[in-house]
Design a protein. Sequence first.
Length: 571
Amino acid sequence: MSGAKSYEKGIDRRMFLGYAAATGLSSEVLGKDVCGNESGESGQITEEIVAGAEKLAGLDYTDKERKLMLKGLSENLESFQNLRAIDFDNSVAPALVFDPVLPGMEFSSKPVAVRRSSRAARQVPSDLEQVAFWPVTDISQLIEGRKVSVTELTKMYLQRLKRYDKELKCVVTLTEELALKQAARADKEIMAGRYRGSLHGIPWGAKDLLAAEGYKTTWGAMPYKNQLLDYNATVVQRLEEAGAILIAKLTLGALAWGDVWFGGQTKNPWNTEWGSSGSSAGPAAATAAGLVVFSIGSETSGSIVSPCTVCGVTGLRPTFGRVSRHGALALNWSMDKIGPICRSAEDCALVFDAIYGPDGKDGTLVDLPFNWDAKSGIRKLKVGYLKTAFEKDRDDKEWKENDLAALDVLSGLGLNMIPIELPDYPIGSMSFILEAEVAAAFSELTLSNHDDELVRQVKDAWPNVFRQSRLIPAVEYIQANRLRTLVMQAMRELMSEIDVYVAPSLEGDNLLLTNLTGHPQVVAPNGFNKDRRPTSISFVGRLFSEANVLAVAKAYQDAAGFHLQYPELLK
């Protein structure tokens, strides 16, 4: 006997209500079930409910098969309700852990001391604010040479934050009291001859999904506006140990999506009529505007690459398992990554060197060295480029021209650019891996209806995604992760032929694919379009090869110089 054919093609309300009944979702989330009962009451699961629910998963069972399922579905429903009675803190990760390292992969474990580039020392300007856009590499020389006090520098950046945040809306909380305390300590240490390294005395800002003791950690979202995680995230702790000065907690789109938070939209310093993209909206905008020397962002699927692109700054999305996420918002356990947003690739290297490595708290971390040598050169590296992605027509012609010009610059450096293509799999069909994990991370927000408090309530916003993601079948989530393994295997084969490849930052499947496989990526400015919007180019490397990716990005920046430009509005 064939399955019932009484349901129309496509998805209708009855299908949603059937699924709601079968999974025990509340009536306030998906309405009344098809039995007319309020979900949460003990309504009986019927064959009609199953028939409606199965359509959402693209299935077609027979009447006999549906009848046989009823007892098991009722038992599952009881299990679901028992799970929902447990109070899961956001920090609790699932027992299943993603590992980007496939069997047989080997990596060098020999550490080499980090070596900075040689730079001529710059003079301290009469107006200290003129150093606002200087990189770590230059400002650190002033501090090490005792040509400027850390307290002076910190106060200058705090003043800029107060002045420009009124328009940019990139600050959630100024950490002024802490910053001045840290600055005074840094001055005392440096005067006593105890210089901790390149980040000692450097003012920085943290994306407000990182816990900082004594300050709220709001995640940019109204339901967590007053949340106090009274300890330091590992990244915050490590930067404090490096002597860096935390001067602000910076905005992120609510729960790490977009640039809209409970205080409004974070604006772009190149043109305040534009947003700064997301979710690392505040870190990118504040760095671009010269309000911090560097910042820390995070990425699950573009949250460093996209805001760095539109704000014209440089960002490093490290290999999955490189930087501890302890004390950070858990959005997606198998894709979240934390990395620096800076003025240059070398700055990213110096910040990354301070924050990477195991901490005994994040179980995904791999203990491998980061051997940065700014003087090593890149001609020994095999560098590829995504041929089809560069050649295809685009709506933004200037961006394509800028990308092609970047290839010319790299070729001019003596590199033999090797044409490559990404693995031919339906990459977009795995995107619901992200959505399923996020829906689990914020299950209580959905079931309690506190998701109604989030500012954005549209189709492409978390409240809607949380709800619809609860309808993703567990089997399909597993199947998508099996496809993920195939893509990882294909990427291992591809990357065995090259060390680094160049890609358009926001075109095609590359961004989602490499976030799913865990490969490191550096995004760097490569010009502007006709509207004077910044554009960018990206560099992707082998797993745990951040040093090579940053080296190629640095060579490009040294030749092209776009990273030295900053917004006219904020000069």
